[in-house]
Design a protein around this ligand. Structure first.
Ligand SMILES: *[C@@H]1O[C@H](CO)[C@@H](O)[C@H](O)[C@H]1NC(C)=O
Ligand SMILES: *[C@@H]1O[C@H](CO)[C@@H](O)[C@H](O)[C@H]1NC(C)=O
Ligand SMILES: *[C@@H]1O[C@H](CO)[C@@H](O)[C@H](O)[C@H]1NC(C)=O
Ligand SMILES: *[C@@H]1O[C@H](CO)[C@@H](O)[C@H](O)[C@H]1NC(C)=O
Ligand SMILES: *[C@@H]1O[C@H](CO)[C@@H](O)[C@H](O)[C@H]1NC(C)=O
Ligand SMILES: CC(=O)N[C@H]1CO[C@H](CO)[C@@H](O)[C@@H]1O
Length: 830
């Protein structure tokens, strides 16, 4: 190496070291709080946060989701930490793929957002078993979430692993990282009463544990009235405006603002309107709130066997501002963005200003914040009827169930009930549209039915016992499936012969498939909210002289995740198992010798893995239809483009689906949503509940399943494998993509019309009226007055464009001759 070269090298090295130093000396933040707000480097802050749970999407999706959150005015991304995802077996940790917590927090940091880390490690979250690993339950002497040494030792061990990992990567704000707040436990206040004094001591222990990590950032406990200082107690709910922290030195923070609701098999689709959600947020800031978090901002997908409940669906869309696939759910996303931008512009006056509430009766209140001679106002009306209020010398109309924001206390800039943002209607289109549509070619194989041989043997049994055992105790939840197998003898003179004999099985859920002497005799599943049931089947015709055998396959559909002592909720066949005749128990089989076998043969042999070499090949031809316990396999091409990919599983019963060996979750399109309680109209006014404005009555609870693009081979061929347990027809299965179909908007004069077809262009204007139009998307009607030039102006500005934007005014769109405030209605096709 010449002298010159070495100089250059030295130079490069120096730059590298300098760059490294710059990178690692990211600004260390001092995060604290006072009675008003969180403070960052001594400045009070308004923080608008949104929940995105990393395992409910993929690392490839994270940058896009977080970017859309940032664009939507979100300052912080909040996530739980999922213990059972990270420690599937005791002491064996997994931080790979969708579980890569460090990569997720770094992605948040790269976008310049803050992070809120809710460690729990109890998380609820409609996640399997509330985030606890099932092996934890099977440790001797354990009791969850109370002063129990076995539990506390494991909780401390796991929490420490997480904290140390975050510390090692310098992810706490005090180290220059994005994490500004951490949470210990979760909503314990809701259930603490059941644990007596031990519960109080446990809360104290949690607080001490959190503080012992010495992170120099604030800790929170949500729904925890007795959170010991300096831990901040925070509110979860649909509305938190009336919440008061337990110390006047703690700020008012809202950790879970439910943007919609989750869905269980059999539930309708929830709809929380943009107007009502914005109202709740507006009121929270009106009444002195300074940090709020959307639960969820992006709900995503319960891949694999991660959904809890029981009976939570694979989709965890949550009716959130970003839909399951990561698309903007409009108008919610945009209506909230406008609110965020406005509230953030008022940060100083809201966090430092003097507050003055003026009551007008009828739940109507004006609140002003005044700081350094500048005032900002909120006018809130929590009744359904519109109200006039006089403030200063002006009379304002405040619409029912709304909050108006006047950043200068004179001009109304935003009202939560007036949605100026576009409504986007998405559609799902077959990925084969335009090409020659080839039917999918299916292969298949049977699942093995387990039984006990005459020699009294069952291959590969986990154990035998003279009693019925709980399913999760035996499986540690390593599979949804557990076989309960037994046999009995009938002598020729047995009194059972000649009688009307019924097999009766009581199970704690969630699904039972019964076999007698190798024949399938029936299947039954629990109903939502009632998980134990009795299976009964007449079996006289199938009984044999001598040896008879019974195989019961029990399947779980997500383990309980909420409630005091939820970890003890029974699953599987707890009995009794009886042979009945004339209403009486003739034989009680509960304490027979039972053989237990964990999981399916196809799971053990990895039928779902297309790369696995199987002893017996898959079958072609004679495709079994509507037959249970069948594995199906097909291939499909990766759809071109970048839109979200989904599979339409209409026609299938219930089972599990894999793409290229990766689970896309349980499917159950044959489970219909309840018939009643949907209506075509929706009044956003009045308190939200999960039955309000619901849709999808009587239709499959979930028909479409998300296939993340990163699970697909670029431009290549992919394998879809299904395990069907009730019986279905795969012939209508279709690979589809999502795209924008049409866009509607109804902005008021004074706001801006913003239309976007996302990746597509605006091809056609279906409706325009500027004046006093009425109706909703697809049913807009002209009113009594309108401008004659609006259509041509909008055509000119929008057709052929991906997006367009026009100030809504008579100056731009022509005079209307209307007496009242003008409004524009537009519908375009993409
Ligand atoms: C389940 O977990 C417990 C606790 O770790 C362990 O002792 C037991 O062997 C496990 N059982 C199975 C079937 O893996
Ligand atoms: C609060 O606002 C009302 C209404 O504007 C006003 O009459 C009153 O003087 C204000 N009070 C204070 C302490 O500023
Ligand atoms: C209200 O009107 C009176 C009389 O016109 C005027 O003197 C006063 O300044 C006005 N007050 C406000 C707050 O605009
Ligand atoms: C058997 O039971 C069914 C109903 O459970 C009844 O309809 C039938 O008559 C019974 N047969 C005999 C032989 O008792
Ligand atoms: C059947 O046996 C189980 C377990 O031995 C027992 O708990 C149950 O009470 C018995 N049922 C009847 C009807 O005798
Ligand atoms: C009490 C309760 O159900 N808490 C839950 C509130 O929000 C979501 C439900 O969507 C859960 O994850 C919480 O823990």
């Amino acid at each position: 190496m010449s002298y010159r070269e070495s100089l250059v090298l030295l130079n490069c090295l120096c730059w590298a070291i300098l760059a490294l130093a710059l990178f690692s000396s990211a600004e260390k933040l001092s995060v604290s709080y006072d009675g008003r707000a969180l403070t960052i480097n001594g400045q009070r802050k308004i923080i608008i946060s949104g929940s995105i749970h990393y395992p409910r999407s993929t690392p490839e999706m994270w940058p896009f989701l977080i970017d859309k959150a940032k664009e939507g005015g979100i300052d912080a991304i909040e996530t739980y930490v999922f213990w059972n995802a990270h420690e599937p077996q005791q002491g064996q940790y997994d931080f790979s793929g969708n579980n890569d917590l460090v990569r997720f927090i770094r992605t948040v940091q790269e976008q310049g957002l803050y992070a809120i880390l809710r460690i729990g490690p109890y998380v609820c979250a409609e996640w399997n078993y509330g985030g606890f690993p099932v092996w934890l339950h099977n440790l001797p002497g354990i009791e969850f979430r109370t002063k129990n040494k076995v539990f506390m030792d494991e909780m401390e061990k796991f929490s420490t692993v997480i904290i140390n990992t975050m510390k090692d990567y310098e992810l706490f704000a005090s180290q220059g990282g994005p994490i500004i707040i951490a949470q210990i436990e979760n909503e314990y206040g809701n259930i603490k009463g059941s644990y007596g004094q031990a519960g109080n001591e446990y809360v104290k222990w949690c607080a001490d544990l959190a503080l012992s990590y010495d992170l120099s950032i604030p800790w929170i406990m949500c729904q925890e009235d007795d959170a010991p200082h300096p831990i901040i107690n925070t509110c979860n709910g649909f509305y938190c405006d009336q919440f008061k922290p337990n110390s006047k030195n703690s700020p008012k923070m809202w950790t879970e603002n439910w943007t919609g609701w989750f869905k269980a098999w059999g539930s309708r689709d929830p709809l929380r309107t943009a107007e009502d959600l914005a109202f709740a947020v507006g009121r929270f800031f009106q009444y002195g709130g300074t940090l709020q978090n959307y639960y969820m901002y992006h709900g995503g997908t319960n891949f694999g066997r991660t959904s809890g409940g029981p009976y939570i669906t694979t989709s965890y869309d949550y009716n959130a501002p970003l839909d399951e696939y990561g698309n903007k759910a409009q108008p919610k996303w945009g209506h909230l963005k406008q609110l965020h931008d406005l509230v953030k512009s008022m940060e100083e006056v809201l966090t430092y200003g003097e507050v003055n509430h003026t009551e007008y009766g009828h739940l109507t209140t004006a609140t002003s914040y005044t700081y350094k001679g500048k005032s900002s106002c909120f006018f809130g009306n929590a009744e359904n009827g519109d109200r006039d209020i006089t403030y200063g010398n002006t009379t304002y109309k405040v619409r029912g169930w709304s909050v108006s924001i006047l950043p200068d206390c004179k001009t109304e800039v935003y009202n939560t009930a007036e949605v100026n943002t576009q409504t986007t209607i998405w559609e799902k289109v077959s990925s084969q549209v335009g090409n020659f549509k080839e039917p999918m070619q299916w292969q298949w194989r049977d699942e093995k039915i387990e039984f006990v041989s005459r020699e009294g043997e069952v291959a590969d049994t986990a154990m035998t016992a003279n009693r019925l055992l709980d399913q999760k105790v035996l499986t540690n939840d390593s599979s949804d499936y557990l076989w309960y197998i037994t046999s009995f003898h009938l002598s020729g003179s047995d009194p059972l012969f000649g009688k009307n004999v019924t097999l009766r099985v009581k199970t704690s859920g969630h699904i039972l498939h019964a076999f007698l002497n190798g024949r399938h005799i029936g299947s039954q599943h629990a109903q939502k909210d009632k998980y134990s049931f009795v299976f009964e089947k007449k079996i006289s015709d199938l009984l044999l002289y001598g040896f008879n055998q019974i195989s019961l396959l029990s399947a779980t559909v997500g383990l309980a995740n909420y409630g005091a002592h939820f970890e003890n909720s029974e699953v599987g066949v707890h009995g009794p198992v009886e042979l009945m005749a004339d209403g009486e128990t003739i034989r009680n089989l509960s304490s027979n010798e039972w053989y237990y076998k964990v999981g399916l043969d196809g799971e053990k042999s990895e039928f779902f893995n297309p790369n696995c070499q199987l002893m017996e090949p898959w079958n072609y031809g004679n495709l079994p239809l509507n037959q249970n316990f069948v594995w199906y396999k097909t291939t499909f091409q990766t759809p071109s483009g970048s839109e979200a990919v989904i599979v339409d599983l209409m026609g299938m019963g219930k089972g599990h689906a894999w793409v290229n060996g990766l689970s896309i979750g349980r499917y159950w399109p044959s489970y219909l949503s309840i018939e009643n309680g949907c209506s075509s109209s929706c009044d956003f006014r009045g308190a939200y509940s999960d039955g309000k404005c619901a849709t999808n009555c009587g239709k499959p609870t979930q028909r479409w399943y998300h296939i993340p693009r990163s699970y697909l081979n670029c431009g290549g061929e992919n394998t879809l494998i299904l395990f069907e347990e009730f019986g279905g027809t795969p012939l209508d299965i279709d690979i589809q993509t999502t795209r924008v179909k049409k866009v509607c908007a109804m902005p008021y004069a004074g706001s801006t019309l913003e239309l976007s077809c996302h990746d597509r262009t605006i091809s056609d204007i279906k409706f325009v009226s500027f004046g006093n139009p009425h109706g909703t998307c697809d049913s807009f009607q002209k009113g009594s007055c309108e401008s004659s030039t609006a259509l041509s102006v909008i055509e000119e500005a929008c057709v052929g464009q991906r997006e367009c934007s026009i100030e809504v005014s008579e100056k731009n769109l022509g005079s209307t001759g209307c007496k009242k405030r003008n409004r524009l209605a537009v519908q375009v096709t993409c």
